[in-house]
Write a new protein. Structure first.
Ligand SMILES: Nc1ncnc2c1ncn2[C@@H]1O[C@H](COP(=O)(O)OP(=O)(O)OP(=O)(O)O)[C@@H](O)[C@H]1O
Length: 510
């Protein structure tokens, strides 16, 4: 089984987490933040016990990707982003939320760029207010003794804020007063795994910072003209209405019989809302010829991962008993056979998405792990890797959007652009300033590309309330908590290469 070779930076972050430190993990797109976070979560669960680690993200899509819950639902604050006092009042009205706040030992927040400053500040206030007595064990009291693991890239999508236009209003979480005091360590990952072409990595680095370097623009112009976009390229749109329209039109134009897969849901309505906002659709319409994308990691060693694209080539009859498909598919026991662009053909089986509250599954959704992939929204593609994409840059409307869109692709050969408008390549000045002070002058701009070997300079910044003075004991020899059986969780797909049923993998070419 292939062994993961962690970079020094990734190891530093993991060691810090295992020593009980609160850590902020950042880095450019494709530097392995989410990949690392998945491992960090496993370690945290071993250290604190599964029920005391809460995994959250600001959006349903990002939360579902880590089998977590949205930050709002963990916090018990509905959709509010009110002031500190009203957030505490709201939590005090919800006894389950109070329980979570008192019980949590480690809180993970992914995609922090989309969490706004007031919310971050407000939640720290809630934690301090509700956790006076629990704070004893942890040196850092900013969050009432919770070990905070926060990850994201502020150059990517910003918070959706009504008040953003107000001059001087705080936007990003790093502007919260408690930001610096929250972390013992802030670490930037600087080895890019997603792309291997140094020209593209450099270009993306410029775009990340909102720069319009003439050489980079020339390269981008090369992606604009001269040839028709590959029809297999995924079209990225800033707005969901365009995405849905294109996918519907394309599906209908095939004139094939349509198979409808209805998601099978279990759980409280309140939690189901998150799954409905997640990546697995309520209803998936498929037919022969439909362009589709995997929305779960099925087998990383065979590149059958979140973001892999392909075409439905057949709809195959399967045993009803094995898949309990009766209520799921409009045509009974039928599963799609997808020919992925990598050459594999796979009969795609239903998968399970869950919302976890600590160690408890509070809702679950069973659905075929595919979505129509002629078009996708930029918000939904954050976190994905795509082989080929086509986007119209003139239509983006927010900071970080061009960067998020372009940084999905592995190579320049897979990038098709139209409407190249340099004025849309924008980074927020506050973000630039944050990273400038974060990196220090001498480290600015250093990025390396993964060659598969152990690498890299470490960019580690000890914060003022510094790591070296941290007195929390290194947690060692923590015995594994007894596994809580989760009835819906389905197959383990993470440890090692999973066995695929022999009929599933029809044509293994590699
Ligand atoms: N140490 C490692 N060894 C091998 N592959 C790695 C390692 N770390 C990350 N990767 C791979 O790098 C790719 C990008 O990782 P990941 O999606 O976690 O990046 P990210 O920083 O979260 O990107 P984004 O900001 O765009 O969401 C993934 O395919 C992941 O499997």
């Amino acid at each position: 089984m292939p062994k993961i070779k962690w970079t020094d930076e990734q190891k530093q972050a993991m060691d810090a987490v295992c020593s009980g430190k609160s850590v902020f993990i950042t880095g450019s797109a494709g530097t392995g933040k989410t990949f690392l976070l998945e491992h960090v979560i496993k370690k945290l669960k071993r250290i604190h016990g599964k029920s005391k680690v809460f995994v959250t993200a600001p959006t349903g899509v990002a939360a579902c990707a880590l089998n977590g819950q949205t930050l709002h639902s963990f916090a018990g604050i509905g959709i509010a982003d009110g002031d500190c006092g009203s957030l505490v009042d709201m939590v005090l009205e919800d006894k389950h939320a109070q329980y979570r706040w008192r019980k949590v030992k480690a809180l993970v927040i992914d995609e922090i760029s989309m969490v706004d400053a007031n919310l971050f500040e407000g939640l720290a206030h809630v934690a301090r207010t509700l956790r006076d007595e629990e704070a004893g064990g942890h040196e850092n009291k900013t969050w009432g003794g919770i070990q905070m693991i926060v990850s994201g890239d502020f150059f990517q999508l910003p918070p959706v804020l009504k008040e953003r236009k107000k001059k001087g209003a705080k936007i990003y979480a790093f502007e919260a007063e408690c930001w610096s005091a929250t972390f013992d360590l802030q670490i930037e990952l600087t080895t890019v795994f997603r792309q291997s072409d140094s020209l593209l990595v450099q270009l993306l680095q410029g775009i990340r910072k909102g720069e319009n370097d003439p050489d980079d623009l020339k390269l981008l112009e090369g992606c604009c003209s001269g040839y028709e976009p590959d029809p297999s390229a995924v079209r990225l749109f800033p707005r969901l209405t365009d995405v849905n329209m294109v996918n519907k039109e394309k599906l209908e134009s095939l004139n094939e019989e349509i198979y409808v897969y209805k998601a099978q849901d279990l759980g409280d309505n309140k939690w189901m809302k998150q799954l409905k906002k997640g990546i697995a659709p309520d209803e998936l319409e498929l037919c022969i010829g439909a362009r589709v994308m995997l929305i779960k990691n099925i087998n990383p060693w065979r590149k059958l991962v979140n973001g892999a694209t392909g075409t439905v080539v057949e709809l195959c009859k399967v045993s009803k008993e094995q898949y309990e498909m009766d209520d799921m598919c409009s045509h009974g026991g039928v599963l799609p056979l997808v020919k992925f662009d990598s050459g594999f053909e796979l009969v795609v089986e239903p998968e399970i998405w869950v919302v976890m509250e600590g160690d408890k599954v509070v809702a679950r959704r069973k659905q075929i792990p595919l979505m129509l992939a002629w078009a996708l929204s930029i918000h939904k593609c954050q976190g994905m890797t795509l082989d080929k994409l086509h986007t119209d840059l003139s239509r983006v409307f927010d900071f970080g959007m061009v960067y998020v869109a372009l940084s999905r692709v592995r190579s320049l050969g897979g990038l098709y652009l139209s409407g190249l408008d340099p004025s849309k390549i924008k980074a927020h000045p506050k973000v630039l300033e944050f990273y400038h002070s974060f990196n220090g002058d001498q480290h600015d701009d250093e990025l390396s590309i993964s060659s598969g070997s152990d690498t890299d300079d470490v960019h580690l910044k000890d914060m003022p309330n510094s790591s070296s003075e941290l007195t929390l004991e290194k947690v060692q020899d923590v015995s594994e908590e007894i596994e809580v059986l989760i009835p819906w969780e389905g197959k383990e797909k993470h440890s090692g290469e999973p066995e695929l049923p022999s009929f599933v993998l029809k044509n293994l070419r590699h």
